[in-house]
Design a protein around this ligand. Structure first.
Ligand SMILES: *[C@@H]1O[C@H](CO)[C@@H](O)[C@H](O)[C@H]1NC(C)=O
Ligand SMILES: *[C@@H]1O[C@H](CO)[C@@H](O)[C@H](O)[C@H]1NC(C)=O
Ligand SMILES: *[C@@H]1O[C@H](CO)[C@@H](O)[C@H](O)[C@H]1NC(C)=O
Ligand SMILES: *[C@@H]1O[C@H](CO)[C@@H](O)[C@H](O)[C@H]1NC(C)=O
Ligand SMILES: *[C@@H]1O[C@H](CO)[C@@H](O)[C@H](O)[C@H]1NC(C)=O
Length: 320
């Protein structure tokens, strides 16, 4: 059967085209992220929370159910030239007018070739992947120290949920100071993955100063949902009926936060087949060569000295 080493798809050996991937994500996104009862935008009071990995990261405020959001007509934002589209929504009933000047947006971006986006975290993408960027912009928080989160639903794997794998690297060339990559892998057909750097940004200008930690909870099986009616989605996923949910929370009570500019963005990469692998950057390879090479040279030097000494010693002995 199909393992991760091989590239192997539901339909013969042809990978889906970027446009098909985009359609797939556009059809599946409303189901996975939007519109279901339990999918929600979470908000917590981060005041006095010192442990950033605490779950939940503070006292929860009433969440916003994404089922009660109204969304723009996706057709209007679909751009075949850049292979992208944006869902933008706000609560239908907004008594506190928190979203009077704000919105929650999901931007889906497919790629026609391999590369990296210009902005961090610059995850390596291929034509078999799509990027999903979530942005909360301009909404009034419910408190002075609000931390936000998302509850995300995804397909299960057999009776179990995939687990979040953390990969650590010594290389942060593309995502400054972020040495971790989190991913979910599905081994069964269609094999696929979701991956992200555990970082969100509190400014449009993404960098070290605007980076917030992103924490993911373990996945739990959730109520069974029907897949969306889209024939594309049905053809791709088949008769799947096991779903899992997890929470992502962004930020800590200290450091940059949503409160700075009322801006929060986070992105992930979704794809079929095995995930793209980052090679070490030339800079890191150079540093490694120097760092590992120098002790190597010292060892070699030590060895030579030792050899010479032994030689001298044996010569000395032989003379004696
Ligand atoms: C936060 O801590 C301060 C001092 O420890 C306390 O006065 C305040 O009531 C606390 N606030 C919350 C929301 O717990
Ligand atoms: C979305 O817009 C397109 C054209 O712009 C239109 O054909 C379609 O009916 C609209 N869909 C909804 C749900 O309003
Ligand atoms: C929305 O923006 C307008 C103008 O920028 C401002 O006057 C108004 O107070 C804002 N409303 C909220 C709820 O923030
Ligand atoms: C927000 O901060 C201001 C000033 O720092 C304070 O007066 C106000 O009580 C705080 N509000 C909440 C909800 O904590
Ligand atoms: C996500 O967090 C909210 C608020 O703390 C909680 O009610 C919900 O059960 C969590 N969901 C998951 C899947 O952990």
């Amino acid at each position: 059967m199909c393992g991760y080493g091989q590239r192997c798809w539901g339909w013969g050996h042809r990978a889906p085209s970027p446009m098909l991937l985009l359609s797939l994500l556009l059809s599946a996104a409303p189901f996975g992220l939007l519109g279901e009862e339990t999918r929600q935008l979470l908000e917590f009071d981060g005041t006095n929370v010192s442990n950033t990995a605490a779950k939940p990261p503070g006292k929860p405020y009433p969440p916003y159910s994404l089922a009660e959001f109204s969304w723009n007509n996706i057709t209007d934002s679909l751009d075949p030239a850049t292979l992208s589209a944006t869902f933008q929504g706000r609560p239908m009933h907004d008594p506190t007018r928190a979203f009077a000047n704000g919105s929650l947006a999901f931007r889906v971006h497919a790629f026609s070739r391999s590369g990296r986006p210009a902005q961090p975290p610059r995850l390596l993408h291929t034509a078999d992947t799509c990027q999903l960027e979530v942005a909360l912009v301009g909404a009034s928080p419910q408190g002075n120290c609000s931390l936000f989160g998302l509850e995300v639903a995804t397909l299960g794997q057999g009776p179990d949920c995939p687990s979040i794998q953390e990969q650590h690297s010594i290389d942060d060339e593309y995502a400054p100071a972020i040495f971790q990559l989190d991913q979910l892998l599905w081994g069964s057909l269609p094999p696929g993955f979701v991956q992200w750097r555990p970082v969100a940004y509190s400014q449009k200008q993404r960098g070290r100063e605007s980076a917030l930690p992103c924490h993911a909870s373990p996945l739990h099986p959730t109520l069974a949902y029907a897949l969306p009616q889209s024939p594309i989605v049905r053809a791709f996923f088949g008769p799947q009926n096991n779903f899992c949910a997890f929470n992502l929370t962004f930020g800590a009570s200290t450091g940059p936060g949503y409160w700075d500019q009322h801006y929060l963005s986070w992105s992930m990469l979704v794809g079929v087949g095995p995930p793209p692998m980052d090679a070490l950057s030339p800079l890191v390879l150079g540093i490694m060569a120097v760092a590992l090479g120098a002790p190597g040279l010292i060892l070699l030097g030590g060895g030579l000295v030792l050899l010479l000494r032994q030689k001298q010693y044996s010569e000395y002995q032989s003379i004696n």
